[in-house]
Design a protein around this ligand. Structure first.
Ligand code: 5RP
Length: 232
């Protein structure tokens, strides 16, 4: 028996999609890379969401047999809506992965996590041998941290300890990310909170130094990862 639910069947992106045209172009480009039998790692965000629609069209028209490992509830729901079968890291390693980003610097280092899914996104990127970052050109920056803060997922009871340690790393401003549609802070899918950290400078060791703070689960800094950037 199937659920007859409009909540999944009429799923739309929850907000206005900024730079929709550029995102649509790069979404179409990534969909062309899908091959029969692929296990795809699927990042999160509106660009990824649009890419899934383009992939679903190919799956339907060409009868492709693919499986997807999602990085968030939002993407799990989109996969369900589109009829793309899901699997997990217990069963499969991705053949390749695609994901969006908030900032990309000239060395292909990234800031991710506007959507709060950076923990699972980093886990998937680290598990996948080939990774494509799909962005419109508004995401290209000369210096990381110019437009976006670095999101840091923190175990709630470790918040004040993390604040103290992050100040030692030269954080200019630290904001406990507030929720929209709920009172209080954003609670991540793993039950943690997010600190958005603005830095004047992000030296190469910053990712490791943030990660070494007890209570930090993960950050949205991706320095020197094995990624190919696809720009619309
Ligand atoms: C979510 C992310 C997204 O990939 C990033 O925020 C880009 O999103 P969008 O494609 O909507 O611009 O890291 O945690």
């Amino acid at each position: 028996m199937n659920w007859n639910s409009n909540l999944i069947n009429n799923l739309h992106w929850s907000d206005t999609i900024i730079n929709k045209e550029g995102k649509e172009k790069v979404a179409a480009k990534i969909a062309e890379k899908v091959k029969d039998g692929d296990v795809l790692g699927v990042g999160s965000g509106s660009t990824v969401f649009m890419a899934l629609f383009a992939i679903a069209r190919r799956v339907k028209e060409e009868g492709l047999n693919v499986k997807a490992i999602p990085t968030s509830v939002e993407i799990s729901m989109a996969l369900t809506n589109l009829g793309i079968p899901m699997t997990s890291l217990y069963e499969h390693r991705p053949d390749w992965l695609f994901d969006g980003a908030d900032e990309v610097d000239p060395n292909r280092s990234l800031i991710k996590g506007r959507g709060g899914a950076m923990f699972k996104e980093k886990l998937l990127i680290s598990s996948s041998p080939v990774n494509f970052i799909i962005v419109d050109d508004s995401k290209l920056v000369d210096k990381l941290g110019s437009k976006f803060p670095v999101p840091i997922e923190v175990f709630p009871q470790a918040l004040l300890h993390a604040e103290k340690e992050l100040q030692k790393l030269g954080v200019r401003e630290l904001i406990l990310r507030p929720a929209k549609g709920k009172d209080g802070p954003v609670i991540t899918e793993a039950g943690n909170v997010i600190l958005d950290a603005w830095f004047d400078d992000i030296p190469a060791d910053t990712e490791l130094r943030i990660k070494s703070i007890t209570g930090v689960i993960e950050s949205g800094l991706f320095i020197n990862y094995n990624v190919e950037i696809m720009v619309a």
